[in-house]
Design a protein around this ligand. Structure first.
Ligand SMILES: C[S@@+](CC[C@H](N)C(=O)[O-])C[C@H]1O[C@@H](n2cnc3c(N)ncnc32)[C@H](O)[C@@H]1O
Length: 190
């Protein structure tokens, strides 16, 4: 399994905000190799990693990342986007949801936002921090965000030193066009 360029950019965003992370409850979805979750855990966040229940090898990759990075306290749970599973129901309220390169199949977008919406019911102030690789100009989240009562802020990569071809000795971002989004509940009362 690979570390995707999006993961390096999201890890850089976490590193940039590292002083705000200790004690924060943080869930990574579609975690795979889990670079952002590992960086957050190393910075003191209480991290839970997740990947699809239907992809046990991906969950094993999450566990392996914890072992290799000496993070026995990090839990790994199976969470399939859009499924209301026991593991999702049992999660404690989260402060931040991490999602690196999960918006790649438009048919999954609504399932991802459904899972996020469920977690917003537990904590309306939860934020989704997500990196997204621009693969098609036709794909847009705007209509779905409106439907699910969410708003989105685009964070310029330059604002967290990620506007470079290489970050933290990784050449991965390279020539990919990556965007950093912060998605939250749009309710006026917040
Ligand atoms: C492109 S990879 C990104 C992995 C990792 N976040 C990164 O950036 O390195 C997409 C990830 O989403 C997971 N995934 C795919 N479909 C899923 C689903 N329906 N529910 C939960 N996770 C899913 C895959 O197993 C994989 O780990």
């Amino acid at each position: 399994m690979y570390v995707w360029p999006c993961a390096v950019v999201l890890a850089q965003y976490l590193w940039f905000h590292r002083r705000s992370l200790p004690g924060k409850a943080l869930l990574e979805i579609g975690a795979g190799v889990s670079l952002p979750g590992v960086v957050a855990a190393k910075c003191g966040a209480e991290v839970i990693l997740s990947d699809s229940c239907e992809l046990p090898h991906c969950l094993e990759v999450c566990r392996q990342s914890c072992r290799l990075n000496s993070l026995p306290q990090v839990r790994v749970v199976g969470l399939t986007w859009g499924h209301l599973s026991q593991d999702l129901l049992a999660l404690p309220p989260q402060d931040i949801i991490l999602a690196s390169d999960v918006f790649f199949e438009p048919e999954d977008f609504e399932d991802i936002l459904t899972t996020v919406y469920f977690l917003m019911q537990k904590n309306p102030k939860v934020q989704l921090w997500s990196t997204y690789q621009v693969r098609s100009a036709d794909w847009s989240l705007e209509a779905l965000l409106y439907k699910w009562d969410m708003k989105c802020i685009h964070i310029p990569l330059a604002s967290f030193d990620a506007d470079r071809d290489d970050i933290a000795d990784s050449a991965l971002p390279g020539r990919h066009t990556i965007e950093m989004l912060v998605i939250s509940f749009a309710k006026d009362r917040l």
